[in-house]
Design a protein around this ligand. Structure first.
Ligand SMILES: *Cc1c(COP(=O)(O)O)cnc(C)c1O
Length: 230
C-alpha cells in the first residue's frame, strides 16, 4: 500500500510542477514517517523514498540508527535547545528554527563537532496563536542575526499552514511565504540563501507547489492516517 501511495503522491508532485511550468525535479518529496512503525518506514525506503521527516528527537535518533545511511533525515518538529546536541551532524536539515537562541545553540554544537548545519526559518505566516514560528515581520531580522553565526546556514523558509478543508484557502499563505523569501533573497545577506521553501502537507501540497514549494512534507498521503493526537 505504501508503495502505491508513494507513487501516487510522486505523480501528483510531477503534475503540479508541470502545471506551474516548473521542472519536475524542482520539488523534493519528504516522507513524514512520524509515529509510524519502523516496518512502514522500511517499506517507503524500499519503494524509493530517501528524504524522511520526523518531529521528535528520540524517534529521529532511533530511526537513523535502524535505517540505511543514504537517507536524508529532516527535523520538522519543534526543537528544544537542550536536544540540539543529539541531532547536529545527523540530520540533513533542521526545518523548525524560530529563534536566535536556538540557532546559537545549533551553531555552538556544529562548531564543536566540526560540521556545517543547514537550517530553515519556521514562519507562522497565518499568525495562528497555537503555532510555533516567527512572524513574517520578524523573519528578515532573524536571518540577519543568524547569518553572523559560524557553522550554521539559513537555506530558506518553512511554514505549517492552517488545517483547512479546502487547500485553496492556504494559497494566500504559500504565496506570502514565497514573497518573503524573494524579499530576503534580495537583501543578499552573506551566508543566507533562500533556495528552499518547505511548505505543503497532505491536504495542500499541490497548491504549495504551484506557489513555489521546493520541499513538500507528506505523511498521511503516504503512510495513512495517524492517531488524532499526533
Ligand atoms: C505531521 C507533519 C507533516 C505531515 O502532515 P500530513 O498532513 O500527514 O501530510 C508535515 N509537516 C510537519 C511539520 C508535520 O508535523
Amino acid at each position: 500500500m505504501i508503495q502505491e501511495n508513494l507513487e501516487a503522491v510522486e505523480k501528483i508532485v510531477r503534475a503540479s510542477c508541470r502545471r506551474a511550468g516548473r521542472p519536475e525535479n524542482d520539488v523534493t518529496l519528504i516522507a513524514v514517517s512520524k509515529t509510524k512503525p519502523l516496518e512502514q518506514v522500511r517499506e517507503a525506503y524500499e519503494a524509493g523514498a530517501r528524504d524522511f521527516g520526523e518531529n521528535k528527537v528520540q524517534d529521529l535518533l532511533d530511526r537513523i540508527e535502524a535505517m540505511p545511511s543514504d537517507i536524508r533525515w529532516h527535523m520538522i518538529g519543534h526543537l528544544q535547545r537542550n536536544k540540539v546536541k543529539y541531532i547536529v551532524g545527523k540530520v540533513a536539515m533542521i526545518h523548525s528554527v524560530d529563534s536566535l537562541r536556538l540557532a546559537e545553540e545549533i551553531s555552538r554544537e556544529s562548531v564543536k563537532r566540526q560540521v556545517e548545519t543547514d537550517i530553515l526559518l519556521e514562519v507562522n505566516v497565518a499568525g495562528e496563536e497555537s503555532k510555533f514560528g516567527v512572524s513574517v515581520e520578524e523573519t528578515a531580522a532573524l536571518a540577519e542575526e543568524i547569518s553572523k553565526l559560524p557553522a550554521v546556514h539559513v537555506r530558506g523558509l518553512m511554514t505549517i499552514a492552517p488545517f483547512v478543508e479546502n487547500a485553496e484557502e492556504n494559497r494566500q499563505y504559500f504565496r506570502k511565504l514565497k514573497q518573503l523569501s524573494v524579499d530576503i533573497e534580495s537583501k543578499s545577506i552573506d551566508n543566507v540563501n533562500m533556495t528552499v521553501l518547505s511548505m505543503g502537507m497532505t491536504g495542500d501540497y499541490s497548491v504549495a507547489i504551484e506557489e513555489g514549494a521546493t520541499y513538500v512534507r507528506v505523511g498521511t498521503g503516504i503512510f495513512g492516517e495517524r492517531e488524532p493526537w499526533h
